[in-house]
Design a protein around this ligand. Sequence first.
Ligand code: NAD
Length: 453
Amino acid sequence: MTNHTQVLNPATEEVLATVALADVEQTDRHIETAAAAFQTWRRVDPADRARLLRRFATAVDTDPEHLAQLEVRNAGHAIGNARWEAGNVRDVLHYYAGAPERHLGQQIPVAGGVAMTFHEPLGVIGVIVPWNFPMPIAGWAIGPALAAGNTVVLKPAELTPLTALRLAELALQAGIPEGVLQVVPGKGSVVGERFVTHPTVRKVVFTGSTEVGRRVMRGCADQVKRLTLELGGKNASIVFADADLDEAAAATPAGAFDNAGQDCCARSRVLVQRSVLERYLELLEPVVRDVTVGDPGHEATAMGPLISAAHRDGVAAYVEGAEVAFRGSAPEGAGFWFAPTVLHARGADDRAFREEIFGPVLSVLTFEDEDEAVRIADGTAYGLSGSIWTRDVGRALRVARGVEAGNLSVNSHASVRYSTPFGGFRQSGLGRELGPDALQSFSELKTVFVATG
Ligand code: NAD
């Protein structure tokens, strides 16, 4: 039986759309359709697969404003961010359109014949997407998975299915054959679980919380199913006394509050060398108060609302009883608003300093020297990203090599580029997405030996 869900605009709490949620039988039919489409798609010549992916990229590029506006309304993303996100899907598709014809094997010298390797596609890939970046996270899996010759069933988050549904329409318009990319809205406990348990799904790409990721991993173990996990983060920005403090402070709100802090790469902890704490906070306060929080459709808006009332309550619970340094502002009335907030951490064990809040809440703590900075940065279960602010190149590299995280930036908060690998150490994930090697995790390596007599 089909259920429905009402999709809300988090800035107004108005109902935007009603979307049908698939049950287990419907999910199974989508998986069977994907398995049938795989038999044709895997045989499409590499150059033709490349051409179709390029056409898909072009189709996305004819619709960027519509996609961006959908994300503004469905996820509350600031319009400037949402345009970037639609552009990121286009760019990822263009980048991986170059891959089918470059997915090279090796010829390895052996006795008695010729040994060579082939990259074989896996089959049906189940992609499970969270609500925080519905478009880019879908694109990061779709691009390399299709380029490698797989077919995809994709489950968007219950709260944010609209852009994924539009991307599937654009794929069909671009000539990607029926069944190669299907979007299946539904509950995690129904559709997501079925991707894990259905034997025809040969790999799961899961992006979401570490808690659900562990459960998905346990389920995949039953079938030794391939798995990529992109999980939570509690990322540290380390500010040394020799840094350009104006620049470090000016960049802090974007690093911590972008997408209202609902970003696995958010720099939600700032570690400041003790001697410059006072100066850094003096510089930070006005830029935090200046963050424009409001209607995400306005060009000047930097930060929109949180995704839901329940999530806002969870974020607020971290601030209750905490030592607030200063806050920005947020609208009142309808919408799930939360003002940017800076906390003084009482210590590295402070709950708000250790746990992923996934909202616009930043905790500040001091350190004495490099060793202590690295120790504090590594003091959580996570290891996704982080930043180092210093003018000393040697220190920048020492600390970047020292921190256990997958994506580190020096004098910058940028973590994501489609052309570089992305993923987490420790409980932030398993495997990598994006970059030149992404197709390796969407294919199996096969060795063939031919005896030459
Ligand atoms: P979530 O784990 O609650 O849900 C993620 C997805 O999993 C949703 O589509 C959900 O329906 C589905 N799901 C839920 N239960 C499931 C189950 N039992 N089996 C299979 N699928 C199931 O996460 P969320 O609240 O949507 O997203 C926020 C989290 O995502 C944060 O922890 C954030 O750090 C993380 N995240 C990580 C990255 C990364 O690249 N590392 C990127 C974005 C978000």
